[in-house]
Design a protein around this ligand. Structure first.
Ligand SMILES: Nc1ncnc2c1ncn2[C@@H]1O[C@H](COP(=O)(O)OP(=O)(O)OP(=O)(O)O)[C@@H](O)[C@H]1O
Ligand SMILES: [Mg+2]
Length: 463
């Protein structure tokens, strides 16, 4: 029997019955508390947790039915199994209506009792798991997890604390990796909705045709493959928060439906007629330039205004001053712990390198860079060589974007190929064999490509 299961309680005024129930269940490994009256049971319940109660319907003093009602009022989640010697269908219905989870007429086989108790134990574990999950979800996001001393970060935390307890719709705009998801999570965790569900949907990761059904659900047979009714994520989020990530990628027709949903919380499942209503707080985020999307017609302006009740704009990492070092140290500590290492810090040259890079991938890029360095570093201090070769990566990004500077398709491809090879060669310390393996090429093919593109190997200065 699982150690985390609290005892179960038996309430019966007949001594023999108490003893036989106790013996059967103790043999199954359950921890058992026995009480001879409802009055005593209530006193015990005030101080002890039990995962279920088994009570006789007929007790001296307060009857089993009255006891059941009282427990349901005060401890509504405790399942109760009722046992009686005078079983009639009406009594069974009464017991179930009053909140009993099951009803066993005497005489019953021990297996029937054991089966019923096991079901309650399973339910208890499921409920606990759910509570723990929600707790972990909320603990994962809190203001203290948003690292940064830069004034823009202080301001950000203050704004989160102010806005979270309201039901205001929130729009988070910012470059990739600036912490949009962290902000959305903290808003839910600090809101009055934190005990209800936090549902995150990445609009870019779900095919357009499925996103509507994911969000609002569908009725059986509404499209090929809709084999049964599906509850939408908005229903799961009822009473809680829904975070629509990458909302800039949502199709225009679905944007119209979302707008309607935002007006009054109503929606219909795909293929359904019934109008449903939920109470959900919406937080949305995108790393796209939303104004440009509106100008190009891919994002509805009315939806933008409806979402934009409170706007968050996390600053790019390169504009947060010394926060980059603070974050690097924070990630060093995290990965030391995760990877069982004990690296003490960064060398002055490594710090310089971190400070000089412009971090186009923001905090995520920094996190990945530190993780890689912690893996690769053999000494006690992170050396600059263990950080990625930012020079190449910056150049790659710049040149990749500057497609208009090249004349033909062939030339653009050649340029991409050259940069891709340079990055991979640098990653493998310019070792041809290793690079070939990494790219799943033979060394001869790689050599030919390197010669054709006039790449100079072994001379980092040329890159
Ligand atoms: N201020 C911060 N303190 C600590 N960790 C942070 C901070 N900002 C971001 N991170 C971490 O950086 C990573 C990227 O953050 P997050 O996923 O929130 O970015 P994002 O803005 O949603 O990016 P994208 O637009 O690419 O989805 C995560 O691992 C997150 O925990
Ligand atoms: Mg994100």
């Amino acid at each position: 029997m699982s150690k985390t299961l609290p005892p179960l309680m038996i309430v019966d005024d007949e001594r023999n019955m108490r003893l036989s129930l106790q013996t059967v269940l103790a043999d199954e490994g359950y921890d058992v508390l026995v009480e001879e009256s409802a009055e005593n049971a209530i006193k015990t319940l005030e101080t002890r947790e039990v995962f279920m109660i088994i009570t006789d319907a007929h007790l001296d003093g307060m009857s089993g039915y009255e006891f059941l009602k009282l427990v349901k009022q005060r401890w509504k989640d405790i399942p109760i199994l009722m046992i009686t010697g005078y079983a009639t269908p009406k009594l069974a219905v009464d017991a179930i209506r009053s909140g009993a989870i099951d009803y066993l007429p005497k005489p019953f086989a021990p297996e029937e009792l054991i089966h019923s108790v096991k079901r309650c134990a399973d339910t208890y574990h499921l409920i606990q798991e759910n509570i723990n999950l929600k707790k972990a979800q909320t603990e994962e996001f809190s203001l203290s997890h948003i690292i940064g001393k830069h004034p823009s970060m202080e301001e950000l935390r203050n704004l989160i604390a102010t806005v979270a307890p309201t039901d205001a719709t929130v729009l988070i705009l910012g470059e990739s990796g600036t912490g949009k998801e962290l902000i959305a999570g903290a808003i839910h965790a600090l809101s009055n909705r934190s005990k209800a569900n936090y549902i995150r949907i990445n609009c870019a990761a779900i095919p357009e045709a499925l996103l509507e059904s994911e969000l609002f659900g569908h009725e059986k047979g509404s499209f090929t493959g809709a084999l049964k009714r599906k509850i939408g994520r908005v229903e799961e989020a009822d009473g809680g928060t829904i975070f629509l990530d990458e909302i800039g990628d949502m199709s225009r027709p679905l944007q119209a439906k979302l707008l309607r949903f935002l007006e009054d919380g109503t929606f219909t499942r795909v293929g359904g007629n019934e109008e449903l209503k939920v109470n959900v707080r919406l937080v949305a985020a995108t790393n796209r330039d939303i104004v440009e999307s509106i100008q190009q017609g891919s994002f509805r302006e009315d939806l933008f205004h409806r979402l934009n009740v409170v706007q968050f704009r996390p600053t790019p990492l390169r504009e947060r001053g010394d926060d980059v070092i603070l974050l690097a140290e924070f990630f060093l500590k995290t990965f030391n712990e995760n990877l069982g290492k004990n690296i003490e810090g960064f060398s002055p040259e490594a710090i310089e390198k971190i400070k000089n890079h412009h971090w186009p991938g923001n905090v995520r890029e920094l996190r990945n860079a530190v993780e890689r360095a912690v893996i690769l570093e053999q000494s006690q201090i992170i050396q600059p060589e263990k950080l990625p070769n930012f020079q190449i990566e910056s150049r790659l990004r710049k040149e990749d974007k500057d497609y208009s500077a090249f004349k033909s398709y062939e030339e653009i491809l050649e340029n991409c190929e050259r940069n891709m090879l340079l990055v991979n060669l640098a990653f493998c310390d310019y070792n041809l064999a290793k690079t070939a393996e990494r790219l799943k090429l033979t060394e001869t093919v790689l050599k030919k490509k390197v010669q054709k593109l006039n790449l100079i190997i072994g001379s980092k200065a040329k890159i």
